[in-house]
Write a protein that binds this ligand. Structure first.
Ligand SMILES: OC[C@H]1O[C@H](O)[C@H](O)[C@@H]1O
Length: 329
């Protein structure tokens, strides 16, 4: 496998709304707030017209990588219910291998209410449901060892059991040539678990993908380069996105690439923009492309994702990306 992803398997329930509604829902604009089942139901009752799309940060990245041509797999926990079926058929429709056994009892499939405002910003309230049952027994260490890169979702740090799952991935990677990639998911998530992420990036993570707020929350005054293997960290590559301003890729040996964005044809919804960037970047890296080309693939994929509602791969993504980046193949 080129890329294997481990994350929270979530169905997104999207609604286009306004800033006043975000305030009325008492959710921090642009952030991700964890909610319990009662809160989730109360939010949905107030949400108005909604659209369901397959979500989950790393699941989004893996679907993008598969749509571009990666041999890709995903590990995440759904319930054997209607939303779980919808998540499963959606991720498989992009060619992703998804075989994690579904729960047959206990919490229902996770869902995320995504409030999209006219500026394209997304504000999320997530009920984790079945995701909290993901555990080490769901990891096939041979599959991890046989994958070029395993991408871990930062949001997993929110549960102890998922941290044990991450431990099993790291263990399998350390005994093989497989690399560990990590997305930091959300600045609030980094603030909740800074020490844990510091430990991972100091000892286990070879590829880090984050936005500028997330990486700032992680490194504080230390500087991004401190994460690199030749400057005291463990990372070989650190890719930092700057929203519409592009991204910067840092690599060992003093390498630094500034990547321009491709302006979106239309700005509809930024849900999954960073996920698409990570998916495109990892597609490029695992195909052996130069880092600046891999970063450009990520940027172009993200520019197509923000022109639609939801984080799923846009139709004909591969040919759309190839128009801007012929090396993408
Ligand atoms: O990064 C966007 C994703 O984060 C949340 O996990 C939602 O499911 C959404 O699809």
């Amino acid at each position: 496998m080129d890329v294997l992803g481990i994350g929270n398997a979530i169905v997104d329930v999207l609604t286009q709304t306004d800033d006043d509604t975000i305030t009325a829902f008492d959710l921090p604009k642009g952030g991700m707030t964890l909610v319990d089942q009662d809160q989730a139901e109360s939010l949905y009752a107030k949400a108005g017209e909604t659209t369901e799309r397959s979500g989950g940060s790393v699941a989004n990245s893996i679907a993008i990588a598969a749509a571009l041509g990666s041999d890709a797999g995903y590990v995440g926990k759904v319930h054997d219910d209607q939303l779980g079926g919808s998540f499963t058929s959606s991720i498989r429709s992009h060619g992703v291998s998804f075989r994690t056994p579904a729960l047959t009892e206990g919490p229902s499939t996770a869902r995320c209410l995504v409030l999209v405002t006219p500026d394209g910003e997304r504000t999320m309230g997530t009920y984790l449901g079945a995701c909290t049952a993901l555990g080490p027994e769901d990891i096939d260490q041979d599959e991890v060892a046989g994958s070029a890169v395993t991408l871990i979702e930062g949001y997993l740090a929110d549960t102890e059991q998922a941290r044990a799952t991450i431990g099993k991935v790291i263990d399998a990677s350390a005994k093989s040539e497989a690399k560990v990639a990590l997305t930091l998911s959300d600045a609030g998530c980094v603030e909740r678990h800074r020490e844990y992420f510091r430990e991972l990036t100091a000892a286990n993570v070879e590829i880090l993908v984050a936005d500028e707020d997330e990486v700032a929350a992680l490194v504080g005054d230390d500087g991004i380069e401190s994460l690199l293997a030749d400057q005291g960290g463990h990372c070989e590559i650190v890719a930092v996105t700057h929203g519409a301003k592009g991204s910067t890729i840092y690599a060992v040996g003093g390498v630094r690439h500034e990547i321009e964005t491709r302006p979106a044809d239309e700005l509809v919804d930024t849900t999954g923009a960073g996920d698409a960037y990570a998916g495109g970047l990892l597609y490029g890296i695992t195909k052996g492309l130069d880092l600046d080309v891999a970063g450009r693939i990520g940027s172009v994929a993200a520019s197509h994702v923000v022109a639609q509602l939801g984080a799923q791969p846009p139709e004909n993504l591969k040919s759309k990306v190839a128009q801007d980046v012929p090396q993408a193949g």
